[in-house]
Design a protein around this ligand. Structure first.
Ligand SMILES: [Fe+2]
Length: 321
């Protein structure tokens, strides 16, 4: 019997970690969330087709779109605004994924595919690694118009897809998908998740005209669009990948901290050129830094007052100042 030590296992990449053509079986030693696959979806977890939306659901999209357009100019990254325009996401109603995919694939080779609410991590990574963006098929209701925790089609398509028209950012998203299986093997999914959180979902960029948001979690809601770039409460720190991957985050409120990049090329190289094997060996399984901490090595752009969080945050009536 040949014994393979854990160390040897980690120094040798698993075959599935570099072969992105087929969906891997993560194996028993890798933790995967116990999600029950609905009967109507295949192994790829794709819905057979995009949903048919009612007139009311299309109207909800239009209202959400109009509300965002009130706050985005001067606050959203220019790459995001250019993507919105190129894909004409405001042509009325929930966009048709097939048409959107055709337009997007002509620009950066990405497509948009419909998925149920939650899909397993390794399947999510596999889609990204193949330039497929999994988008929630459902849309929020009027009761949940202002805040939903699960990503719906408005968050996924309006928030994420415009950035996929930017060739460098589109490349970053693919590399993120390619990096996923390694993080799972090292049991460092939380760290890689923090990188996604603080870039793809809540990232800021310093443009010549000022600070702008490019993260989908910010740009799919009006309050955080303003809060992220203008409020005094949150810290704004220049992005450092090692630091970000050690930083906790909040999932159900405005962020106490944002990380800022200077351009997407830098974000791409800072992550793709990094030796993640080495990094994962040095990282502890949990987070080192609290989500509002400012630490010695930080290049601080704005040290926040944290007033919003100190007054109680969401549900307390605290103003997002
Ligand atoms: Fe998202």
């Amino acid at each position: 019997m040949i014994e393979v030590s854990f160390e040897t296992m980690l120094t040798r990449p698993a075959p599935s970690e570099t072969d992105f053509t087929r969906l891997p079986d993560p194996g028993p030693e890798v933790f995967t969330a116990p999600l029950q696959r609905p009967a109507h979806v295949g192994e790829d977890w794709l819905e057979p087709a995009q949903r048919q939306y009612t007139a009311e659901e299309h109207a909800i999209w239009d209202e959400l779109y109009a509300r965002q357009m009130q706050v985005l100019p001067g606050r959203a990254a220019s790459a995001f605004m250019a993507g919105l325009e190129r894909l004409d996401l405001g042509r009325g109603g929930v966009p048709d994924f097939a048409r959107l995919s055709e337009e997007l694939s002509g620009l950066t080779g990405w497509s948009v595919v419909p998925v149920p609410m939650l899909i397993p991590d390794h399947v999510f990574f596999w889609h990204l690694a193949n330039r497929r963006f999994p988008a929630g098929n459902f849309i929020r209701t009027r009761e949940t118009f202002d805040y939903i925790q699960e990503p719906d089609v408005f968050h996924d398509v309006f928030g994420h897809v415009p950035m996929l028209t930017d060739p460098v950012f589109a490349g970053y998203m693919q590399e993120y998908g390619r990096a996923g299986w390694k993080a799972m093997r090292y049991n460092r999914l939380k760290s890689l998740g923090a990188l996604y959180w603080y870039t793809v979902e809540f990232g800021l960029i310093l443009e010549p005209q000022g600070l702008r948001a490019y993260g989908a979690g910010i740009l799919s809601g009006p309050t955080e669009t303003v809060f992220s770039v203008e409020a005094q409460s949150p810290n704004r720190i220049m992005l450092n990948v090692d630091r970000v991957m050690r930083t906790d985050y909040v999932i159900d409120d405005l962020q106490p901290i944002y990380f800022v990049i200077e351009n997407f090329g830098e974000l791409y190289h800072d992550t793709v050129d990094r030796d993640f094997d080495r990094l994962y060996r040095a990282l502890s399984p949990g987070f080192t830094y609290a989500n509002s901490a400012v630490i010695d090595v930080d290049d601080v752009l704005h040290r926040g007052t944290q007033e919003y969080a100190l007054r109680g945050g969401r549900g307390s009536g605290a103003k997002p100042v």
